[in-house]
Ligand binder design. Structure first.
Ligand code: DOR
Ligand code: ZN
Length: 439
């Protein structure tokens, strides 16, 4: 395996930034020092003027593989991931068949080994009746459990009260939660249908998938987690009101953590008239005031991670009317640029890499440390890029960010010391590894 020397980087890691060189050997970070110019290497990358961050560990990705490959697959979406500076993904179980047994999960791991350009793990999905599977899961080789406490794409809803109690009390790995109260949503949907018939405007989405629906479900999750001391990670927070259920402070010692997603940090209810189905997702994008509160919560530490909820659907499907346009947006290629736009680089590293690694106890990833895997993202903070059809790598070929100019660009991405992306090109020969967990 080739050795790589990165020189003159602005190394952004563990709360500080400093000039440094990094030497990579056997896929790992061999040495970090202020100067390594005497070090021989097969490849030298001059990173002058660029920021070197630990690669993003995206704990919330839908790749549609297996079963829904017309929308996306593990190869296409991990190509987009590395082009966006993401080096590891934790994928979701609403594939076909749904990943609610360990046997199906292992089939996904086998598929990923042949297809993923980034490192990977897969959540085991909770259902109303798979407690035995959840308890049989190997905590050292599987990232965690995904629990839909509200119905969304794929129909993996857990709504049996006893099953919820069992999951919160017995599962010992992180439980990633989709929180929306389905009864509240159904009632709002019925009201909207009475008012608009089938011609519900997309601008109603945030009132149907409402603040109350989110708050009720998140409050229940926090109540159950507090009762049973479970470790929960509440995904895609969308409202200021829910933030009152979270505590600021370092992830270490917290059992209840939260995620913000790029689309909720960027768009607001003001954008539905312009973007329509392209920003329809569950939970919904809420008001400008909610967006401001989410941005502040990332800064204050009420929100711990940025994950994408990358959820590609076909352009043609998104042309449907409100009732049949699927929820979810492709996002993974623009998450790091969005974060760099909104937050200081040290905070970006913390929310996209350090904290995901801490919450999921990733083994030897998420930090730029000697001995750790060389999962790295080199960001050119001086060269803007505009999202357009020419540079979108998603299989579905569109992005809600089309036309947006970000002030930074991803210059290079290394996965286990391999150059997976550089100069605008993905190295298709690179394959990621299965993530391991120190628990
Ligand atoms: O908008 C969403 N899309 N929310 C989800 O919960 C699922 C996701 C998808 O898989 O399309
Ligand atoms: Zn999701």
């Amino acid at each position: 395996m080739q050795t790589i020397l990165i020189t003159n980087a602005n190394l952004v890691n563990e709360g500080s930034s400093r000039p440094a060189d990094v030497f990579i050997k056997n896929g790992r970070i061999e040495k970090v020092a202020s100067s390594l110019t005497n070090q021989a290497a097969d490849t030298v990358i001059d990173a002058m003027g660029k920021a070197l961050l630990p690669g993003m560990i995206d704990c919330h990705v839908h790749c549609r593989d297996p079963g829904l490959e017309a929308k996306a697959d593990l190869h296409s979406e991990t190509r987009a991931a590395v082009a966006g500076g993401v080096t590891s993904i934790m994928e979701m179980p609403n594939t076909k068949p749904a990943a609610i047994t360990n046997a199906v999960l292992e089939d996904k791991f086998a598929l990923a080994a042949t297809k993923c350009v980034a490192n990977y793990s897969f959540h085991l999905g909770a259902s109303n009746s798979n407690m035995d599977e959840l308890l049989a899961m190997d905590p050292k080789t599987v990232c965690g459990v995904k629990l839909f406490m509200g119905a969304s794409t794929g129909g993996l809803l857990v709504d049996r009260a006893q099953q919820l109690e069992d999951i919160f009390s017995q599962v010992k790995v992180p439980i990633s939660l989709h929180c929306e109260d389905t009864n509240t949503i159904r009632k709002n949907e019925k009201d909207a249908r009475e008012k608009y018939g089938e011609a519900i405007p997309f601008s109603e989405h945030w009132k149907i998938r409402s603040e109350e629906a989110c708050y009720r479900s998140t409050a229940l999750a926090v109540e159950l987690a507090t009762k049973y001391n479970s470790q929960i990670h509440v995904l895609h927070l969308t409202t200021a009101k829910e933030l009152g259920l979270f505590k600021a402070g370092p992830v270490e010692g917290k059992k209840i953590t939260g995620e913000a997603c790029p689309h909720m940090l960027w768009f607001s209810s003001d954008d539905y008239d312009r973007k329509g189905a392209l920003i329809k997702c569950n939970p919904s994008i809420k008001t400008p005031a909610d967006r401001s509160a989410l941005r502040e919560a990332v800064k204050s530490g009420l929100i711990d991670t940025i994950g994408t909820d990358h959820a590609p659907h076909l352009w043609e499907e998104k042309q449907n009317p409100y009732g049949s346009a699927p929820s979810g947006l492709p996002l993974i290629q623009s998450a790091m640029p969005t974060a760099v736009e909104l937050f200081p680089l040290e905070m970006v590293a913390e929310k996209t890499a350090h904290n995901p690694a801490r919450i999921f106890q990733c083994l030897e990833r998420g930090f730029i440390r000697e001995g750790y895997w060389a999962d790295l993202t080199l960001i050119d903070t001086e060269t803007p890029h505009t999202v357009s059809k020419d540079n979108i790598l998603y299989k579905c070929g569109w992005s809600p960010f089309e036309g947006v100019t970000f002030k930074s660009s991803i210059a290079a991405t290394l996965v286990n010391g391999q150059l997976a992306y550089i100069d605008g090109q993905v190295n298709d020969a690179v394959r990621g590894q299965r993530l391991l967990f120190d628990r």
